[in-house]
Design a binder for this molecule. Sequence first.
Ligand code: FAD
Length: 635
Amino acid sequence: MAQFYVDGYRPGDPFVSEPLDAPGSRSGVDIRSPGPEGLPGTADVLIVGAGPAGLVLAAQLANFPDVHTVVVDRRDGPLEVGQADGVACRTVEMFEAFGLAGRLVEEGYLVNEVSFWRPDPERPGEIARTGRIPDVEDGLSEMPHVIVNQARMLAYLRDHMARSPRRAEPFYGLQVDDVVVDTTGSSDHPVSVTMGHRGGTSTIRARYVVGCDGARSGTRAAIGRELRGDASNQSWGVMDVLVDTDFPDIRLKSAITSAEGSILVIPREGGYLVRLYIELDNVRDREMLGDRSITPEKLAAVANRILRPYTLEVRDVGWWSVYEVGQRLCDRFDDVPEPEVATRRPRVFIAGDACHTHSAKAGQGMNVSMADTWNLGWKLGAVLRGTARPELLHTYSEERQRVAQELIDFDREFAAMFSAHPDGADPDPEKFQRYFRDQGRFTAGVAVRYGPSMITAADPAQHLAAGFGVGTRFHSAPVVRLADARPLHLGHVARADGAWRLYLFADRDGPREGSALRALCGHLATALPTVTPAGADPDAVVDVRAVLQAHHHDVSTADLPAVLRPRKGRFGLVDHEKVFCPDPAADDVFDLRGVDRDAGAVVVVRPDQYVAHVLGLHEHDALDAFLAGILVEVP
Ligand code: FAD
């Protein structure tokens, strides 16, 4: 739910921001590099790699126009086809915060059901369907599971960057060769990054560097970290193809295991294209694996063996590859050794495949990589702006390393279950299907729960809002916006703008005089300006929203406290879009998320939409103390 025109009406596409007319770094000391045109000599953040991890970070930082971000990639230009294609519900939720979910959902294939095929006990050598289930459990997310090519995901993100005030775009054709950190504390831009290009070599000095440079990351090596685990336990042939087939479930995601091997059928966007993941067997397919003579024709032959009695004829190959990946992980995702965490601030981070790799079966790689950098992006932006404490940067490695470990454990189990009992001796052919259903939260990307830290409360009043689990992502629910009666999803008001959000769920008294909601709003009216920089909108650092229990016809916007009608922009206009009521045409948000109607609740939500705390409406001091542990008071 983007807002625009607050500083004046202008014609043209409102989703294209006004350009920033102050190029160069925040410091203003922008020594031009002698390298490729436009490449600066300094940056606040240098991102190595314009894959999913790098571009989500760049898109997030594009929403911090005062932070000078540079993205470099050794490719000659953007990825055009191939690589990952599964976009988990949680990732679509994230794209919504960038205003990109609509296009993604319109273009993509939506995975509604999954079918399962195993060896047919009646007809040896053939497969039979054992079941067909919903892909995503009801109510898990308001967003679908989408399939779209990774190249298109990257295009959306570049488009977002191009529409940002800095009109940012990645620099291609730059191969980072060295990353050196000055740990003496004497430099404002302590990380020197040397890169080669057609014209020679250039160096950029950055305040922070983020290695989003994939599984063979040079940034990882430069900070002395290693990927540990199974280097490669399985090879998969992957093909994006147009086929002629009598296999009945070709337009359904299908997990097929036969005596001849396993295939994952992933229907793709547009109605005709399909991706086939074909598991290659180290024994049966050893010849083509050994001499690397795999071709799409050979993969199609393996597919036909597995699919028997069905046949498949490939008419066109859009992209194909052999994907060998193990489940591997780094012990930390930044350059600070464990014993120095209390005394040193991280300067170099690694994200995505650079610090964890996953099999293709559970579709985690691209999704987890993008989630890493959304976690990191707002933290970097806030620290660089000076609105958050620098210690915040330690939480990136703490949080994401643990999540990656959990997902790798899940992925390993999932991969083993997928291909179990190919000989047809399966005593329980529906076991994988049940497992798939039970673990749906993982594959949808909503199983993440961050542990207690400076940004995740250890002692929340969870009973006041049981459905907003602290440490989990804010689970959206339908509401109606009070001012214009528009039904919408509460979670969709949260843009990727770096702001913290306080959702004030009113008790039965609502906003009337003497109510707990009004008292809290009065308190926030004096507390929040202390963390909001001069000249910034009142909701730039902490955005206050309220959800009332009353029908939207029964409350007047004129009766709302000032914090819920903040004045913004150069004309001091009132933002009328801060207050919501239950949607009469849907389940009531209070019931849906277990919010205590007698007590109400304050749900504190991080800029990346994870619930940080739940408190009572009267707990003013506890709320102040929690925010003071993160945010910096403005001078
Ligand atoms: P990447 O997407 O690998 O991006 C890293 C970027 O860094 C690249 O653009 C690279 O050019 C750049 N880079 C690397 N080194 C340097 C350097 N020194 N200097 C400058 N730039 C550098 N996942 C699936 O789920 N299904 C699949 O079928 C599948 N197929 C894949 C096929 C291939 C060939 C590859 C490489 C990956 C595949 N993946 C697949 C994995 C999935 O694409 C990744 O999990 C996901 O892209 C991770 O995103 P990332 O941004 O961390 O890394």
